[in-house]
Ligand binder design. Structure first.
Ligand SMILES: Cc1ncc(COP(=O)(O)O)c(C=O)c1O
Length: 422
């Protein structure tokens, strides 16, 4: 199977070519250009349903930072999901996508007054307090319902840059500050509905999340004895990892969500606390595997006895994850998907840095100029983190399903870039 098992659910090989959602990759590239991030509707809906079915009593919010996009937010809203937003921009997108305010949770480690006011005005379900001074500022901005984000001091096994629940994190409050924050927020008349914890992203092991639930139950018990207050809502954040390479192993959504829900029930019962409402905020595990980026191959260059570069028409500007987190990806030639690999290649981008490498050791049939290269599992934190490095316009995104494609983010143009210049 190889790379194919990392592709979206609808991926198929038709006459030796990759097809996604019933549309040939070559047709997508011809019609919409490259680089192009293609999202598979079937996969997006299946991942959303997997969370909903595994945890029917929980609220599931799309961690929209993974790819803040109107079409995806609207699609997830149709599936009964809400949105976790962390900036004014993400909040506006969620509102314009039609996500009801009562299914929006507002995050951010440095919320502006404008962000707090807009959250209050939109009457979002919850604002997650992330700093001591935010308690007063949220109350002054007219925010009503809040959670307090607490950092349990748990260090999960993932890249340092995407850990968030450890001691010394820039996010949330350590327990000795979180408890007074709950008390102060209540004094100010805020409806403190519960607690939030998010350990980090791309977690391939469920145990730290399980442990964080036990920890939270202990903290909730402390809140009861110190403040005579117990959390009615427990938001466990996102974090579930996905497979980027054939050797990765990731827990299923079903297994992960059931484990957390069961653990909350058990840990809360053990503490003698009333069962809380559980909230999940998945980003990567909803959209990561649904996305595939198509690039056009340009220069193929043998630079040493051991390295042959295959340069594509994008790179670190549309996918900075290899530079940021040493992330690894997998790829195939979409227009020659039936051919056996004949060599090992380094897939690089077109940017002015040697670190602009998308796939380190790709096994491919010998690529030639004009081939179409498909990089798997690029639906999360790629286009969302895209830049205009080297004055390269950002790519388009399309949604495919039932044999049709729909543009969901248009390609940026040079005119868009020039419009910013004075
Ligand atoms: C508070 C919060 N919730 C949810 C997420 C989504 O995480 P993931 O994409 O790993 O599921 C993040 C991402 O870091 C986050 O910071």
């Amino acid at each position: 199977m190889g790379v194919l098992e990392l592709l979206p659910d609808s991926a198929a090989i038709e006459d030796g070519e990759l097809a996604l959602g019933g549309v040939r990759a070559t047709a997508l590239a011809d019609e919409l250009g490259t680089p192009l991030v293609v999202y598979c509707e079937q996969t997006l809906r299946a991942r959303a349903r997997a969370y909903r079915e595994a945890a029917p009593a929980a609220t599931v919010l799309y961690g929209s930072k993974a790819f803040p996009n109107l079409a995806l937010l609207a699609l997830f809203a149709e599936e009964g999901l809400g949105a976790d937003v962390s900036t004014l921009g993400e909040l506006e997108l969620a509102l314009r996508a039609g996500v009801p305010g009562e299914r929006i949770v507002v995050h951010g480690n440095n919320k502006s007054d404008e962000e707090l006011r807009r959250a209050a005005e939109a009457d979002v379900w919850l604002v997650v307090l992330d700093a001591e001074d935010e308690v007063e500022r949220a109350a002054a901005a007219g925010v009503r319902r809040v959670l307090v984000r607490v950092t349990p001091g748990i260090d999960p096994d993932t890249h340092d840059a995407i850990k968030t629940g450890h001691r010394g994190s820039k996010f949330g409050l350590p327990p000795e500050q979180a408890l007074p924050a709950v008390a102060r927020a209540r004094e100010l008349g805020l409806d403190v509905q519960g607690l939030h914890v998010h350990l980090g992203s791309q977690l391939l092991d469920v145990s730290p999340a399980r442990f964080s639930v036990d920890w939270l139950a202990g903290f909730a018990a402390e809140c009861r004895s110190e403040l005579d207050w117990t959390p009615a809502v427990v938001d466990v954040g996102g974090g579930l990892g996905i497979r980027y390479t054939e050797t990765d192993a990731a827990p299923s959504i079903d297994g992960f969500a059931r484990t957390i829900v069961d653990r909350v029930e058990r840990a809360w019962t053990l503490q003698g606390l009333p069962a809380p409402k559980v909230v999940f905020e998945p980003g990567r595990s909803l959209v990561g595997e649904a996305g595939v980026t198509l690039y056009r191959v340009g220069v193929v260059k043998r630079s040493s006895d051991t390295t042959t570069y295959v340069a594509v028409d994008g790179g670190m500007s549309d996918n900075p994850r290899p530079q940021l987190y040493e992330a690894r990806f997998s790829c195939l030639l979409a227009n020659r998907a039936g051919e056996a690999a004949s060599g090992t290649y380094t897939v690089c981008g077109k940017h002015c840095e040697s670190g602009d490498v998308l796939v380190e050791r790709a096994r491919l049939p010998e690529p030639v100029r004009g081939d179409l290269l498909a990089v798997a599992a690029t639906g999360a934190y790629t286009l969302a983190m895209a830049s205009n490095y080297n004055a390269v316009p950002r790519p388009a995104a399309a949604l495919v399903g039932d044999g049709a494609a729909r543009l969901i983010r248009r390609r940026e143009t040079l005119d868009d870039l020039l419009a910013l210049e004075t």
